[in-house]
Design a protein around this ligand. Structure first.
Ligand code: HEM
Length: 201
């Protein structure tokens, strides 16, 4: 337990590497021919990665028995929200120039934007209720039920990626496979017999 703050302090700067990389690429003019697309795609990819990494915490904790891992979950989840906010801000600011009419049309007419938007909107209450004070205020049971939304958000995120890809679906399929394993683990854990087995392995 005592070593844990050190681990958290080590992982925090690692989580900032994708942002630092973008900043460095911008500074050294390495964002390619379409910098807005580069930034949108990079922040979108890192949102998805952080969502999946956050979902890895509980299975890893159960498999390894390292209970303190749970304390990383909130930080990782907030990093998912951080990169999602950058992704959304890039879209509304650099891509759409705050043209609310065009954003409105996009959100209602392009299915991949619709599902991404739904995912992002649902991340907001999770980020807002991530503090200890909010857990107390909502009560553990209600808080846990609200935070189960993360499963639906992760599905929205994978579908968002799948729908925007035009030809080669390899990448979204890899993320979908990883998510299927993570959700499958939880479903299995809910079954009485396999739940007992999963807590042992
Ligand atoms: C949970 C929320 C979200 C996640 C996890 C997410 C994830 C992603 C991913 C993985 C990509 C593709 C990256 C690549 O091509 O390598 C992407 C692209 C994109 N996303 Fe999102 N996204 C989210 C929310 C949103 C929202 C709210 C919007 C806008 C309203 C949005 C707009 C876009 C756009 C415009 C692209 C680029 C499409 C293209 O270049 O063809 N995303 N997103």
């Amino acid at each position: 337990m005592a070593r844990f703050p050190l681990l958290k302090a080590l992982i925090f700067p690692v989580c900032l590497i994708p942002l630092a990389r973008l900043g460095w690429y911008g500074y050294t003019d390495q964002l390619g021919a379409n910098p807005i697309e580069f930034v949108t795609r990079s922040t979108g990819t890192w949102t998805l990665i952080f969502l999946l990494v956050t979902l890895c915490v509980t299975p890893l904790r159960k498999i390894s028995g390292w209970q303190a891992l749970i304390k990383l979950r909130r930080m990782l989840g907030l990093f998912a929200f951080f990169y999602a906010s950058l992704h959304f801000a890039t879209y509304i600011w650099l891509d759409q120039f705050f043209d609310l009419q065009s954003i409105y049309k996009d959100v209602f007419k392009r299915p991949f934007i619709t599902i991404g938007f739904i995912g992002f909107m649902m991340l907001i209450p999770l980020a807002l209720t991530s503090t200890n004070a909010m857990i107390k205020r909502l009560g553990g049971k209600r808080w846990r039920r609200l935070h189960q939304l993360v499963y639906f958000i992760a599905i929205c995120a994978v579908v968002h990626y799948w729908w925007l890809v035009k030809k080669d679906i390899t990448q979204p399929a890899i993320y979908a496979g990883a998510l299927a394993v993570l959700l499958g683990y939880r479903l299995m854990a809910m079954l009485p017999k396999s739940g007992a087995l999963l807590s042992k392995i």
